[in-house]
Design a protein around this ligand. Structure first.
Ligand code: RTP
Ligand code: MG
Length: 139
């Protein structure tokens, strides 16, 4: 069993597709074991994306991620990190494979619908950034 952090970004929350995205997680065998809706502050977004702080797109990324509420969840299942990345598709929706979340719901590289942890270390850090152990309901 593995856990990963997923965020449904402001564009997808605004499009009213939280449920459609949750259905994809569930059909792929990923369980939602923690969840919270939140409008990220500037400090939240800068802290969460600190690894990207020197990248040219950092300011745009923070601006977008604070533009509206997001839905944050911990997903649990076998190979949850890779499985979620497969469901998401490529970062740029124009390159995302048909049937992936980004191909179906994203509109640009910024407004790309979802975030998913990219490795075991980042998954652990990102989960701890938003959830305490007592807020994760593993079944
Ligand atoms: P995420 O972290 O959101 O799951 O996406 P990712 O791993 O596929 O992409 P990453 O390289 O970690 O970049 C984080 C987010 O920054 C935005 N980005 N913009 N303009 C650009 O060249 C650019 N590159 C990345 C995207 O919104 C990406 O999801
Ligand atoms: Mg990433």
């Amino acid at each position: 069993m593995q856990r990963t952090l997923s965020i449904i970004k402001p564009d997808a929350v605004a499009k009213n597709v939280i449920g459609e995205i949750y259905t994809r997680f569930e059909r792929a065998g990923l369980k939602v074991v923690a969840a919270r809706m939140k409008h990220l502050s500037q400090a939240d977004a800068e802290g969460f994306y600190a690894v990207h702080k020197d990248r040219p797109f950092f300011a745009d990324l923070v601006k977008f991620m604070t533009s509206g509420p997001v839905m944050i969840q911990v997903l649990e299942g076998q190979d949850a990190i890779a499985r979620n990345r497969e469901l998401m598709g490529a970062t740029d929706p124009r390159q995302a494979a048909p049937g992936t979340i980004r191909a179906d719901f994203a509109t640009s590289i910024d407004a790309n619908a979802v975030h998913g942890s990219d490795g075991e270390d980042t998954a652990a850090q990102e989960i701890a950034f938003f959830f305490g152990d007592d807020e994760i309901y593993s079944r």
